[in-house]
Write a protein that binds this ligand. Structure first.
Ligand code: GTP
Length: 596
């Protein structure tokens, strides 16, 4: 295809504003799929994704579009919709010249609308505003146009669409052809292709999703990954329509995938540049950075015999997930397991669920934590990704924790409530501005540890669901943090240790032992629970002794009912871990997060 007839674009939107529905409609309208073939949201291929309704892995679909008798090749590059995957989004956008910015006609501009818009502008993309859901009775496109002007876009250029009813789709496609520039790039130069995604296929090895920036790629070429120098022979090249279709080459400006018998996605880092071994490019494309896990958690098999299987499962998942890291870890309380690193809590959730569902492994996961940078008295600087390994206070000069810059858009009436929440979470106020007469955007610096778990839920409940939220990593800052230990039966349970702000430590310790008292089942003996900081006990509770006789309810003789109850008790035990001589249920490990 002639370079001038190619358009590469993506769709960006706040969650639920209709990105996937619009993508479906574009695919259907350009004839890539017949109506009968359309499963809703064809772009989200993993089951889990469909269930959660979140696009996790970017994909690219090639569409043929005829406009006034002229044939264009449109490449729709899908971006993940969750903040855990911001880096992937930025790489997908780098592969495009333009973006459709979808805004819900009833909801208007939201936090992710803005975050995505800024990302698109950072990449110099042409942004086409699309006001979607105009069929809704409470749609107010005029108000949305005004909001668009307020955020620096030309509201009059917005296209009115109902993705659901198929209104305005041709206009959107025409706008893509007319407003978005064709790819630039040197077709005669040495190959430079941007990797914006990759996926493991058990027959072909890794499929590497690329956008050719300069030069061309053919089957049989020997390619080199510029970040690590690894070389492979290209066995197959293809494009998604949206089913994969083989092609012989990808030319300058085109988007597709190749296979080269690559065994793991670790070799194919998103953001890296592919070139030809025979005629390598001098410089790689800008912006590559290795995926950086932000959240860590201990993963332990409930049944210690499953350690090997857990390792195998993690290795398999890693084939397809360059951002997942893990290394063996031993816990005095939980035995052998792994400390695994994730991009964020959603990523952790997905991996945990896949381990349990696809690999059938019962897991104990410890409360997730962030990574701390610690300056030691002896001059060393270390990274601590496991609270139990935080050195004692006397050895520490300073602890730094990761912080984010958070933007919160809220109706003006709730500004006070949002500020209060941010304050409780140790937020540092940065800015307040107005999107329109009724809505404001607050900017705060917040510790990642404070927003990791329930910040979003709290924000929603305190603003009656009206606020939206987005954040970006913004570095490390010093904080007055301490390690809080929990002792059960006089012994420190390493898996329960957490890092907390000194001002909250006492309250947290108290709340934790109270919560544990309720969660830990009574044993044959009395079990003291203590919270301590630096060896000093700050709170104490006791689980009183008693044997819970499950058969007590069954006076009378029905043996099958007795058996059922015993079975149930066994089932309940499955998720317990014996620490010393005390059985601790999985909920207890997660409770660490939930107490306030
Ligand atoms: P995520 O993938 O979760 O980020 O959401 P999304 O932005 O892809 O939104 P999606 O396409 O899943 O649509 C969200 C909801 O809005 C779904 O229930 C759609 O059926 C609905 N929806 C999408 N477009 C329209 C529209 O034009 N009109 C109406 N009434 N509903 C729509």
């Amino acid at each position: 295809m002639k370079q001038s007839d190619i358009r590469n674009f993506s769709i960006i939107a706040h969650i639920d504003h209709g990105k996937s529905t619009l993508a479906d409609r574009l695919i259907e309208t350009t004839g890539a799929l017949t109506k009968r073939e359309m499963a809703p949201q064809v772009l989200d291929s993993m089951d889990l994704e469909r269930e959660r309704g979140i696009t996790i892995k970017a994909q690219a679909v090639r569409l043929d579009y005829q406009s006034q008798g002229h044939l264009y090749e449109l490449n729709l590059i899908d971006t993940p919709g969750h903040v855990d995957f911001t880096y992937e989004v930025s790489r997908a956008l780098q592969a495009c010249e333009g973006a459709l910015l979808v805004i819900d006609a009833a909801q208007g501009v939201e936090a992710q609308t803005l975050a995505n818009l800024y990302l698109a502008l950072e990449h110099d993309l042409t942004v086409i505003p699309v006001i979607n859901k105009i069929d809704l009775p409470n749609a107010d496109p005029d108000r949305v146009r005004e909001e668009l002007i307020e955020i620096g876009l030309d509201g009059t250029e917005a296209i009115l669409v109902s993705a659901k009813q198929g209104i305005g789709i041709a206009e959107a496609l025409d706008a893509i052809v007319e407003r978005i520039a064709p790819p630039r790039g040197d077709s005669q130069g040495p190959l430079r292709a941007l990797i914006f995604d990759s996926r493991f296929d058990s027959y072909k090895g890794v499929l590497v999703y690329i956008r050719v920036v300069d030069g061309a790629l053919k089957v049989g070429d020997r390619v080199r990954f510029m970040a690590n120098g690894a070389e492979f022979d290209v066995t197959e090249i293809g494009v998604f329509r949206p089913h994969p279709v083989a092609v012989s080459e990808l030319q300058t400006g085109e988007v597709g995938f190749f296979a080269a018998a690559i065994k793991t996605v670790q070799d194919t880092r998103v953001g890296d540049t592919v070139t030809l071994a025979a005629n390598p490019a001098k410089e790689s494309l800008p912006g590559y950075r290795p995926a950086q896990p932000m959240v860590f958690s201990g993963l332990y098999p409930v049944d210690t015999n499953e350690y090997g299987r857990l390792r195998e499962a993690l290795e398999k998942l890693q084939l397809n997930d360059a951002a997942l890291t893990f290394e063996p870890e031993t816990s005095a309380a939980l035995g052998f397991g792994f400390r695994a690193g994730f991009l964020g809590l959603l990523h952790l959730d997905v991996i945990q669920e896949r381990l349990e569902r696809e690999y059938n492994i019962s897991l104990i996961t410890t409360a997730p934590n962030v990574v701390y940078q610690v300056q030691l008295v002896n001059g060393e600087q270390i990274r601590v990704d496991n609270p139990a390994l935080m050195p004692v206070a006397g050895d520490i000069v300073e602890i730094q924790e990761p912080v984010v810059t958070a933007s919160i858009i809220t109706p003006s009436d709730y500004i006070g409530a949002v500020m209060e929440l941010a304050q409780e979470r140790r937020g540092v106020y940065k800015d307040l501005s107005y999107i329109d007469s009724q809505r404001a955007m607050l900017t705060y610096q917040l510790p990642l540890a404070e927003i990791m778990y329930d910040f979003f839920d709290q924000l929603k409940s305190r603003t009656r669901g009206y606020a939206s939220f987005d954040y970006q990593w913004s570095g490390y800052v010093p904080a007055d943090l301490v390690r809080l230990d929990i002792l059960i039966n006089g012994e420190v349970v390493d898996a329960f240790s957490i890092i907390v702000h000194r001002d909250k430590a006492y309250h947290r310790g108290r709340a934790l032992v109270e919560k544990l008292r309720d969660l830990i089942p009574r044993q044959l003996f009395e079990v003291p629970l203590q919270a301590s900081i630096g060896g000093r006990v700050i709170a104490r509770e006791t689980v009183r002794a008693m044997r819970k006789d499950v058969l007590a309810k069954c006076y009378g003789g029905d043996i099958s009912r007795k058996r059922k109850l015993l079975e149930k008790q066994k089932e309940g035990k499955k998720r317990m871990k014996s620490v010393g001589s005390v059985d601790i249920p999985q909920e207890a490990f997660m409770a660490i997060l939930r107490v306030e």
